[in-house]
Design a protein around this ligand. Structure first.
Ligand code: CP3
Length: 343
């Protein structure tokens, strides 16, 4: 058997696979009782990310339950600021927090050797590739520089990333320096994941949607293009999915400008526009996660509309963003069956 037994790699090479392969963003998570059980044993969320035995276990849980076509490494985009000594914490009910960075902090950033800090994550990737079924694609990932920078500047999540937008206008040089530094560290982290056994990688730009056209170009397109160029210079042919959530019409030239093999679409992207984007290459998405919470005909109609519009081209079926804790695991079984033509 060869790597092309992995359907998602075929789609990333531009092929149409029918029915389309499927995985879900945040497929390992709180909606699964077995995740909550392992999570309770781990202590802190970062302990879970940095303990290969436990991280492998939670990565495999949704594969065992649903037989998804891809497993995504269990980790978080904020392990990069953690590796940069920003004192990252995940406290119950507060979301992620870290020490907010300022201009002097950017000048003084101790880059050190982030890959040494991230060695347990790379060990998780190695073990996963050994333990996963042959046909399951293993996805590595990291956050895009803009999205990671928004947390580093605010010190926590915000609804509109006003602190990072303001910082970028006030201190354009320092901000550009931060983005470039994150791009270079993240590219070497992705290369290390590929070397450890990841078949493809996804770059999450979850906060792309709060930017104007010019800022999207400077803060999202340019750094992600720099990352993909760097990864491919080191590992020719590396497969990359780029997900710029909320980017809407700005996705028009995103694939060409970044060099991504597939682009992730959120649920606000009209299917007619998705069809246009699919003419240029593979797309991934884009069911509204709330349709999975609602279940029933709301979920079925959403699935059918995507399959009807996009099923005859290169498609990786996914949600338009992560599955939420209130989703019923039984609805995910129905979702997978329907995409695979079983009900
Ligand atoms: O299954 C998978 O998709 C792999 C694991 C994964 C997690 N985070 C685990 C996680 C992935 C790919 C991420 C990416 C991530 N992390 C993003 C980009 C994707 C997105 O959802 O927009 C972002 C912005 C983060 C940062 C982050 N991590 C936030 C804002 C939070 C708190 C909100 C929340 O959902 O709880 C986290 C915590 C987190 N990351 C959890 C999980 C399973 C929940 C924490 C817990 O179980 O205690």
């Amino acid at each position: 058997m060869s790597a092309s037994d992995r359907k998602i790699l075929d789609v990333l090479n531009g092929k149409t696979v029918s029915p389309p392969p499927i995985w879900l963003m945040r497929q390992a998570g709180r909606y699964l009782p077995e995740y909550r059980e392992t999570r309770a044993k781990a202590g802190s969320f970062l302990d879970l990310c940095y303990t290969p035995d436990l991280a492998v276990e939670v990565t495999l849980q949704p594969i065992r339950r649903y037989g998804f076509d891809a497993a995504i490494l269990f980790s978080d985009i904020l392990v990069i600021p953690d590796a940069l000594n920003r004192n990252v914490r995940f406290t119950e009910g507060h979301g992620p927090q870290m020490d907010p960075i300022d201009v002097d902090g950017i000048e003084a950033l101790e880059v050190g050797d982030p890959l040494t800090h991230l060695a347990p994550v790379l060990e998780t990737v190695r073990r996963l590739r050994a333990e996963l079924p042959h046909e399951t694609t293993l996805l590595g990932f990291c956050g895009a520089p803009w999205t990671v920078a928004t947390y580093m500047i605010a010190g926590h999540g915000t609804p509109d990333q006003a602190p990072a937008r303001l910082f970028a206008y006030r201190h354009p040089k320092a901000f550009e320096k931060l983005l470039d530094l994150l791009a270079d560290i993240s590219a070497s982290y992705l290369v290390a994941q590929i070397d450890a056994g990841a078949d493809a990688v996804q770059i999450f730009d979850s906060w792309a949607g709060v930017l104007g056209e010019e800022e999207f170009e400077r803060f999202c397109v340019r750094p992600v293009a720099r990352m993909i160029r760097s990864v491919r210079a080191q590992r020719p042919g590396a497969k990359v999915i780029a997900f710029a959530k909320g980017a809407g019409l700005l996705l028009k030239d995103y694939r060409r400008k970044t060099g991504a093999d597939a682009i992730g679409l959120d649920w606000t992207i009209p299917l007619s526009f998705a069809v246009e984007l699919q003419k240029e290459g593979a797309i991934q998405g884009n069911l509204d996660p709330m349709r999975v919470v609602a279940g029933g005909s709301a979920m079925e109609e959403g699935i059918d509309a995507i399959l009807h519009a996009l099923g005859n081209g290169p498609l990786i079926f996914n949600l338009g963003h992560g599955i939420t804790p209130q989703a019923d695991p039984a609805n995910v079984t129905r979702l997978v069956d329907r995409v695979r033509g079983k009900r």
